[in-house]
Design a binder for this molecule. Structure first.
Ligand code: ADP
Length: 191
């Protein structure tokens, strides 16, 4: 089993690259942002709660996010492994994920961190807003808050995996294929 954490700031290209990895490796892709957006669309209780945070560019509380993620993993008991995209986003989530995977006799293989500089991220999010319809992409203040939250709460998660020698940084600039190849190489070195 191989379990990947795809990491990087909003707009780094996690969704695009997750798709490439899924096609190559037949893994289950769990994007917490996508799952929240699906719940918002379906007007579930979880969706209403998540929306109140997402609309401000804040994180959904850990307890809610962790519970949701665990139930999604449990829905795919026979999978070859997972790509966690947008999760873990806090140190508490990272610890909870390790503890949970241990109960399944498995663990994270590697964190793949896509690095892209701030100005480029802002440009990409603005462009994405024109096609995605995501309200959190359309407002520069919300984007700025998401990047700030990323730096204060999410960036430290990288240290958690560095300490376990499970951290690989890949530059998220270049063609989609070039970046995918670098990701495949990094995955290969942790199998
Ligand atoms: P991006 O990576 O572009 O910010 P996502 O789709 O991953 O977009 O996340 C959108 C929003 O969903 C976040 O700003 C946050 O409010 C919420 N969210 C997603 N994943 C998590 C998580 N693991 N913990 C808390 N909130 C989350």
């Amino acid at each position: 089993m191989i379990n990947l954490v795809l990491f990087g700031p909003p707009g780094a290209g996690k969704g695009t690259q997750a798709e490439k990895i899924v096609n190559r490796r037949n893994l289950v892709h769990l994007s917490t942002g996508d799952i929240f957006r699906r719940n918002i669309k379906e007007h579930t209780e979880l969706g209403d709660l998540a929306k109140s945070y997402m609309d401000k560019g804040e994180l959904v509380p850990d307890e809610v996010t962790i519970k949701m993620l665990e139930s999604e993993v449990d829905r795919h008991v026979n999978s070859n492994g997972f790509i966690f995209d947008g999760f873990p986003r806090t140190s508490a989530q990272a610890k909870a994920l390790d503890a949970f995977l241990e109960t399944k006799n498995t663990s994270i293989s590697v964190m793949l961190a896509l690095s892209v500089e701030d100005d480029e991220l802002k440009k990409r999010l603005k462009k994405r807003a024109e096609v995605s319809g995501r309200t959190d992409d359309a407002d520069p203040d919300i984007i700025a808050n998401r990047i700030a939250v990323y730096k204060s709460e999410t960036a430290p998660v990288a240290d958690y995996y560095k300490a376990q020698n499970k951290y690989e940084e890949i530059e998220g600039i270049g063609s989609i294929e070039e970046i995918s190849e670098k990701l495949f190489d990094a995955i290969g070195s942790h199998e």
